[in-house]
Design a protein around this ligand. Structure first.
Ligand SMILES: [Fe+2]
Ligand SMILES: [Fe+2]
Length: 186
């Protein structure tokens, strides 16, 4: 198994959350209510699973390893990926604001939450496509077998340090729970 295979597995999990976001946001667009803690729960998942753990594997490990093998950080696909991670964080802040306001009973914030949820899901869906098809293929071309092995070791450390087995299980259950609530077939 290559390090990029593990990153693609993370993508499949993140995509489940993107479907949840689009489904919930479309409901809100159609005037339906969402549970007041919906955005708080999804923001917690995204910040820890998608950003701290998955983007951490990319930003702190994969991208530097690719740079060492001659892929420049500036002006190329790595710079585009980093910009998209940052743009994603602004949409997550929008969902977080909406989440706090909804928890205080401000139903108007549903529109703000839905707008940022759609924007985040659209951005991440195309970001993931670019990584799966272009960036990771490039990584597999330039990285040596020992680079791949070192990355896999580092990734399991990151999963342990930033997530841990209990949290991971908790997030997988959250995906099951939200899919059930929103009648999404996994
Ligand atoms: Fe990424
Ligand atoms: Fe990624």
């Amino acid at each position: 198994m290559n390090a990029t295979d593990e990153l693609m597995n993370d993508h499949r999990t993140i995509e489940r959350m993107l479907t949840i976001l689009n489904t919930a946001a479309s409901k809100a667009d159609a005037g339906q209510d969402l549970p007041p803690d919906f955005f708080t729960k999804v923001v917690d998942f995204i910040r820890n699973f998608a950003d701290k753990a998955h983007h951490g594997k990319e930003e702190d490990n994969l991208f530097p390893a690719m740079e060492k093998r001659g892929i420049p950080r500036q002006g190329g696909p790595i710079a585009v990926m980093l910009n998209e991670h940052d743009l994603g964080r602004t949409y997550v802040r929008g969902m977080d604001d909406a989440g706090h306001r909804l928890m205080r009973g401000d139903r108007e914030a549903l529109t703000l939450g839905a707008k940022n949820a759609h924007a985040y899901a659209d951005l991440l869906a195309q970001h993931i496509r670019k990584e799966d098809n272009i960036l990771y293929a490039m990584a597999d071309r330039v990285l040596s077998q020992s680079d791949q092995k070192n990355l896999l070791t580092r990734f399991s450390e990151i999963d342990k340090e930033r997530l841990g087995p209990e949290k991971r299980q908790q997030y997988m259950s959250l995906l099951d729970e939200l899919e059930r609530e929103l009648s999404i077939k996994a």
